[in-house]
Design a protein around this ligand. Structure first.
Ligand SMILES: C[S@@+](CC[C@H](N)C(=O)[O-])C[C@H]1O[C@@H](n2cnc3c(N)ncnc32)[C@H](O)[C@@H]1O
Length: 252
């Protein structure tokens, strides 16, 4: 039987070339988006919080494949990935970002203003509190995509709230529509989620030193991944791409 293991990354050099080639052969993002990515990379110490341009290309493809018009993002940082979603849904679409940091929320809003982007709203506050209140505020239509990219310890609770508040029959008050996607970033965490033994050179080393990293992160992501695959309401695929991208489709 053919193994699912990819032969594409025999070492770091080949892995980088394969990734670059794949990025170059995927529909490019507009220049204003890639320029913003470079600018944040050059000027901000925590630029590695952002998804890559290549992952952005995947997000645009996914959103357009399902005709997404409304996207909710949990964890927006400087607004880079929100800007990618805004591009994907077009000016008639809408993106809502939940961001805990007052400073990052302000920087994201400045950047949207500078770029003339008017279809993104950032709600500042702890998403563990703002997410459960959202369905009562956003009565118009449920979201087509929910992108989870905030603190890893919160992933299981975000999933619980999304499923609880997207019950069939809840109409516009539900968070995610039937057939909508949950896209979760960092669900493999440098491979440690699948293997944190000494075989993994990242094990025991310094983490990415984010402000919100906790000792419970690996456990929380495993709990999240298990809950996704066990849920009878979701169909899912976990992609070993980037830092691990979890895709789940709500069936009901
Ligand atoms: C990885 S960064 C997001 C990067 C962004 N999605 C991008 O690709 O451009 C994670 C963000 O989540 C925010 N965050 C962490 N805990 C949060 C919480 N409880 N509620 C809302 N945002 C949170 C952090 O402040 C940080 O800006």
């Amino acid at each position: 039987m053919k193994s699912g293991t990819s032969p594409l990354y025999p070492n770091q050099t080949v892995a980088e070339r394969v990734s670059q080639y794949s990025e170059e052969h995927s529909t490019a993002l507009p220049g204003h988006i890639t320029e913003l990515h470079s600018r944040v990379e050059q000027t901000h110490a925590r630029a590695n919080y952002m998804i890559s341009n290549f992952q952005g290309q995947l997000h645009v493809f996914l959103a357009r494949t399902i005709g997404a018009r409304r996207v909710l993002e949990i964890g927006s940082y400087m607004g880079y990935s929100a800007m990618v979603w805004a591009h994907a849904v077009g000016p008639e679409g809408k993106v809502t970002g939940l961001e805990a940091s007052e400073e990052y929320a302000a920087r994201a809003n400045e950047m949207f203003e500078e770029q003339g982007i008017t279809n993104v709203e950032i709600i500042q506050g702890d998403a563990l509190q703002t997410l459960p209140r959202l369905s009562s505020l956003q009565l118009a239509e449920p979201y087509d995509i929910i992108f989870i990219d905030a603190q890893k310890s919160g992933y299981p609770e975000y999933l619980r709230v999304i499923l609880e508040q997207s019950a069939p029959g809840a109409g516009g008050a539900r968070l995610l529509r039937a057939g909508g996607l949950i896209v979760a970033d960092n669900v493999l965490r440098r491979g440690l989620v699948a293997d944190d033994s000494e075989d993994n050179p990242w094990a025991g080393g310094p983490g990415q030193a984010s402000e919100y990293e906790t000792n419970r992160d690996l456990e929380a992501i495993r709990e999240f991944n298990d809950a996704v695959v066990r849920s009878a309401r979701l169909e899912c695929v976990l992609l070993p791409l980037f830092d691990g991208v979890g895709l789940a489709r709500l069936l009901d």
